[in-house]
Design a protein around this ligand. Structure first.
Ligand code: FAD
Length: 457
């Protein structure tokens, strides 16, 4: 009997036959994440139901030196959950459900396999908001959100996933269970170990349970679209809105080329403003409407804003958001190469300019669009590979963009993580010494290197 067969027998004895899937019975959703990158059928898929079963599975795999890839909802955009044919995938999909909502503490306790949408709904039913929100909400799992430190739509107001996690339960590679569950805001008892696992993309431990912060439900919000003369105005206008009406729920900047594309893809492609402008910002504010009107008037007087539309109905607000949501159609209407980078907010305008110049110089006639959650210092840039010589020089474009990010002190991953897809570019944002310290951390939590090998480092 070979080593793998022996390991699978031990896993079946510990978890039961129905929790160890092999061969043709493995569903193809376990082959790759949302990127479709390097799909492979893993040697087996484990479907544990309890923390003890996760601990047993890891203990067995660790003893055998068998690599394990934790898998959540498989909506990741960095290849972090993609297995190799020799890996065993450990899926959290059966460890699902809300354990408790504590109204006094304003917390929700969940199993790691619970989808983000289920948590959002449970929070609303209890009169709270769980503020993490992103397009994959129906499929992504909270364990995956925590493992990638996901960002999303409301970061400017509520922070990244890291800011919403109070406690975790984590199983280490050798099967030890770390109970880091906690409902308290203040808790300074030595190293805050949970932070090591948030954003670690399944390389340091398997997250099995979490305690998350809830926020009060916001009141009515107002959607506003503003045209801006230049990038500096986008930053000063954000600060003005924050001073007068409070931090907005979202602050989405669109450069002219993105805006034009978004409008052209509308069912009724009529621009909401009569003239074209260099930049547009779409924001959502919970501040009083009169205060927003005064803020807009002052910004127009000060020259920060050239034109503005304040949505007067939910339908009008949805129509404005439709322009920003053109990104959902990228895979259908172009061959997109997407970037998710971050830079200090004051430098994002210069970065976009620099990137555009370098891309135009190298590939005249290429088509790229710029947009982003700039209030979170996050810029997205998408190059349409159809506008490039074929086969598209993907690696060369990536090197060009990430080199520019590195030169300006930015980050090659704002919110999607490193996984497999950005591993070769990590050095543009993380020094050799810091990468070495990361490797030491990895070695101390997972000395045999069985957890998600080859990801991040
Ligand atoms: P998976 O893809 O299954 O796994 C992601 C990583 O986490 C892998 O490295 C995996 O090994 C690890 N992992 C998963 N579960 C666990 C666990 N329990 N313990 C330890 N490690 C684990 N991301 C954003 O940040 N912001 C966005 O706005 C955003 N929008 C998106 C919109 C769409 C339409 C799609 C498809 C994706 C979007 N994403 C976004 C990316 C993705 O949804 C997030 O990265 C999400 O957090 C991944 O969760 P998942 O459960 O699907 O994880």
């Amino acid at each position: 009997m070979n080593d793998l067969q022996q390991t699978l027998d031990q896993l079946r004895a510990a978890l039961g036959d129905s929790a160890v899937i092999t061969g043709a019975a493995i569903n193809q959703r376990h082959y790759s994440d949302w990127t479709g990158y390097a799909p492979a059928c893993p040697a087996a898929v484990l479907l544990p139901r309890t923390t003890e079963q996760v601990a047993d599975a890891l203990r067995i795999c660790n003893a055998a030196g068998q690599p394990v890839v934790p898998q959540g909802g498989m909506t990741g955009l960095a290849g972090g959950a993609v297995p190799r044919a020799t890996d065993i995938a450990l899926s959290l999909e059966r460890m699902r459900g809300i354990e408790e909502i504590d109204a006094a503490a304003a917390t929700v306790s969940v199993w790691a396999g619970t989808t983000l949408q289920e948590i959002q709904q449970a929070a609303v039913e209890a009169g709270f908001l769980f503020p993490l929100d992103l397009g994959a909400r129906g499929s992504c799992q909270i364990g995956g959100n925590i493992a990638t430190n996901a960002g999303g739509n409301a970061v400017i107001r509520y922070g990244m996933t890291r800011d919403l996690v109070l406690g975790l339960e984590v199983v280490l590679a050798d099967g030890r269970v770390l109970n880091l569950l906690n409902k308290m805001i203040k808790n300074n008892c030595g190293y805050d170990l949970k932070q090591c696992f948030i954003g670690s993309e399944g390389t340091l431990g398997v997250i099995t349970r979490a305690i998350l912060k809830l926020a009060p439900l916001p009141g009515e919000t107002t959607t506003v679209l503003c045209a801006l003369p230049d990038y500096a105005s986008a930053v000063s206008f954000l600060r003005r809105v924050q001073r007068s009406a409070g931090t907005p729920q979202a602050y989405e900047l669109m450069w002219q080329d993105f805006f034009r594309l978004g409008v052209s893809w509308l069912e009724n492609p009529v621009p909401p403003m009569s003239d074209e402008h260099p930049l547009y910002v779409l924001f959502e504010s919970a501040g009083p409407r009169e205060l927003l009107e005064q803020t807009l008037e002052a910004a127009i007087e000060g020259g920060e804003v050239v034109d503005a539309i304040m949505a007067s109905s939910h339908t009008q607000a949805r129509a404005l958001w439709k322009i920003r949501e053109a990104t959902g159609e990228f895979p259908l209407r172009m061959t997109p190469l997407n970037f998710d980078v971050s830079l200090p907010i004051g430098q994002i305008g210069d970065f976009a300019e620099l990137c555009r110049q370098r891309l135009d110089q190298r590939w005249p006639g290429n088509h790229s669009v710029y947009f982003g959650h700039i209030g979170d210092s996050n810029l997205h840039l998408t190059v349409d590979c159809r506008s490039l010589p074929q086969p598209a020089p993907i690696l060369e474009i990536e090197e060009l963009v990430y080199t520019a990010v590195g030169e300006m002190g930015g980050s090659v991953s704002a919110e999607h993580g490193i996984g497999l897809l950005k591993r070769e570019f990590l050095h543009h944002s993380v020094s050799a010494q810091a990468r070495q310290a990361m490797q030491q951390l990895k070695d101390s939590f997972d000395p045999k290197g069985i957890l998600n090998p080859g990801k991040i480092l």
